[in-house]
Design a protein around this ligand. Structure first.
Ligand SMILES: NC(=O)c1ccc[n+]([C@@H]2O[C@H](COP(=O)([O-])OP(=O)(O)OC[C@H]3O[C@@H](n4cnc5c(N)ncnc54)[C@H](O)[C@@H]3O)[C@@H](O)[C@H]2O)c1
Length: 266
């Protein structure tokens, strides 16, 4: 039997990278999937591809930093599929920069998407999940929540917040006996389009346009800093998310699943 048969999963940041792979995998494992993102074209296309493969899916425009966007998304999910079993808070972006040069506005923008977005998602999804009798929340944090980074101070702070928020939500849900688990996933260097959209980092290396700055090149970065010597793929992370989303992890809550090729074991 498929591992998410009969379940409904909402995945944020599902138009690209880890979220897109997770949406495809959850659908392949029997879930009806809601793909939520601010990239309407790519998100709608991804949902239509899943529907074409004979699975249930829909795209919703959701800005995770916007509370109204969340209440509308949960209402639309309830209307379309009647329940919500899995919430994957995956949407994220990166603003790099030295702390003395980082503006307060950029600091707040980073927290708004990467931390407020997770808070709002959980806040608005919990009532529908509880109505259905339980579920699983998977928050995508980062190895940057566990070890320091030299140039990602605001990103690390936001992801550290996600890590701590996850554990407190897990305990609140356990105390409420609502059959809802909450865990975090901590990817290391994963080959996704996020490296093309990093803010506050040079576009190119010193040799010019043909030389990609290493901070923007997951393959080079993976080879340099990861004990396994390679970058991970979106599937490497999606497979871990699927485990936490499924009933196979029924006894797992408040934990952190590190998927990083050994990065933080150093
Ligand atoms: N790729 C890595 O190496 C890596 C490592 C650690 C953690 N992560 C985390 O994994 C998650 C997914 O990242 P990815 O690498 O797949 O990147 P990605 O850029 O491929 O995907 C991120 C998605 O989030 C969406 N998004 C951004 N802001 C949003 C908002 N306000 N509302 C809704 N959607 C929004 C983007 O449109 C995009 O589709 C992020 O939280 C990221 O921080 C990635």
């Amino acid at each position: 039997m498929a591992r998410l048969e009969g379940k409904v999963a909402l995945i944020t940041g599902a138009a690209s990278g880890i979220g897109l792979e997770t949406a495809r995998l959850c659908a392949a494992e029997g879930a009806a999937v809601v793909l939520a993102d601010i990239q309407d074209g790519a998100g709608a296309y991804a949902a239509s591809q899943i529907v074409d493969s004979g699975k249930r899916a829909m795209f919703l425009h959701v800005d995770v930093a916007d509370e109204f966007s969340w209440s509308a998304a949960i209402a639309a999910t309830a209307e379309a599929f009647g329940r919500l079993d899995v919430l994957v808070n995956n949407a994220g972006m990166v603003i790099a920069g030295d702390i003395t040069e980082l503006s307060l506005a950029d600091w707040r923008r980073q927290q708004a998407v990467n931390l407020d977005g997770v808070f709002l998602g959980i806040k608005h999804a919990l009532p529908l999940m509880r109505k259905g009798g339980g579920g699983s929340i998977v928050n995508i944090s980062s190895t940057a929540a566990i070890v320091g980074t030299t140039n990602l101070v605001s990103y690390s702070a936001a992801k550290g917040g996600v890590r701590a928020l996850t554990k407190s939500v897990a305990l609140q849900c356990a105390a409420a006996k609502d059959n809802i688990r909450c865990n975090s996933v901590h990817p290391g260097i994963i080959r996704t389009p996020i490296y093309d959209t990093l803010e506050g980092m040079p576009q190119h290396g010193p040799e010019g346009n043909n030389s990609k700055f290493i901070g923007r090149d997951p393959e080079a970065l993976g080879a340099l800093v990861t004990p396994l010597g390679i970058a991970g793929t979106p599937y490497d992370v999606a497979a871990g998310i699927l485990y936490l989303a499924s009933d196979e992890s029924r006894y797992v809550t408040g934990t952190e699943l590190i998927i990083d090729g050994g990065l933080v074991a150093r």
